[in-house]
Design a protein around this ligand. Structure first.
Ligand code: ASP
Length: 339
């Protein structure tokens, strides 16, 4: 019987560290993965691995590196049945979101995972995470045409995920969409929650426009801060983090500042500061003015997906602002709940 093959793409992060004899942590060479996780020798699928040119703490992640990861997957797409990306936890939700937008018609699993403790430490959560991610990426039980994050015992849609703990092993959550699978004695897949299998050919779009900003509201925020952000040179888009179901101050100066930015061609997307729930424009009077002047409601999108989606759309459709605006308000890869 032909065995499934999985490609591990190693980018860095805590998972890839081992302790030397003095107790210091260093990135391990990927060819030593079988020493770090000997259980992999017993698995029934084939594993190959490749690493980025430079192994990084994911705090140094950039759109250029998202393209490097996507290039590897694109190049090897036909040779493998699934992909596991080993990644630092800090920006994993951003990378998972960015990759989800880049891959159009993705028909295979791309599973990101990492760990809170390095693989080389006795109590590491990395072994479980890597083994489960590989099992999922190589499974023949179901087809998972998605970019996902596996962590602790759950498989989440990547662009729905958020890092919620700097301490606990269950470090990720998907507040607005159920987990796609749960790993217990068996791995239970919830197939009805997966993205549909695409019919078209897989394509990768690789442009990102980073001329975006995030404006987080807080009681007391004043015109100096808001105007400084909205007058950032060459700014193309702003994700505004509002309160509750998408509410913001109704002060004249605030609405005028947003209105002026929109008239200058800046696209503004309204995302809630709440972890769970959705922006509902016009539910309260406190979002009516924003709706009137053309702020776009982001629904229940995460901040990570909102920022990467804006960079992706501005990068790939630079001459069609209306297209960008329309796409921001709808689901491209399952990142927003549509009613
Ligand atoms: N700082 C690390 C990173 O994101 C944390 C981790 O991997 O858990 O690369």
């Amino acid at each position: 019987m032909k065995h499934n093959r999985v490609l591990i793409v190693y980018t860095g992060g805590t998972i890839g560290m081992v302790q030397d004899e003095n107790g210091s942590l260093h990135p391990f060479a990927l060819d030593r993965i079988y020493d770090a996780v000997p259980q992999l020798r017993a698995c029934s699928y084939g594993i190959d691995s490749v690493m980025l040119d430079h192994i990084i703490d994911s705090s140094n992640m950039t759109p250029a590196l998202w393209v490097d990861i996507a290039n590897i997957i694109e190049r090897e797409y036909d040779r493998y049945d699934g992909f596991v990306v080993l990644h630092g936890t800090d920006t994993m939700a951003y990378t998972a979101s960015a990759l989800s937008f880049m891959f159009k018609n993705l028909g295979k699993p791309v599973v990101l995972t990492g760990s809170q403790l390095p693989l080389g430490m006795l109590r590491s959560d990395g072994r479980e995470n890597i083994i489960c991610a590989l099992e999922i990426a190589s499974t023949r039980l179901v087809s998972i045409p998605e970019v996902c994050i596996f962590f602790e015992s759950h498989l989440y849609r990547g662009n729905r995920s958020t890092k919620l703990s700097a301490e606990n092993f269950d470090a990720f959550e998907s507040y607005n969409y159920p987990s796609l699978a749960k790993a217990g004695i068996n791995i239970t897949f919830k197939e009805h929650l997966f993205r549909p299998m695409p019919t078209g050919k897989m394509e990768v779009r690789k442009q990102f426009d980073t001329r975006v900003a995030v404006l987080k509201l807080f009681p007391g925020i004043g015109p100096e801060v808001v105007n400084a952000v909205l007058h950032t040179p060459h700014l193309q888009g702003v994700v505004i983090e509002t309160y509750g179901s998408g509410n913001a101050p109704t002060d004249e100066w605030f609405i005028s500042a947003l209105d002026d930015a929109i008239r200058r061609g800046i696209i503004i997307l309204n995302v809630t500061q709440c972890k769970a729930g959705s922006v509902i424009m016009r539910q309260y009077a406190a979002s009516c003015d924003m709706d009137r002047i053309g702020v776009i409601g982001g629904g229940d999108i995460t901040i990570e997906a909102a920022v990467t989606k804006m960079m992706y759309l501005l990068g790939n459709f630079p001459d069609d602002k209306q297209h960008v605006r329309d796409r921001l308000g709808m689901s491209l890869r399952g990142e927003i709940t549509e009613n």
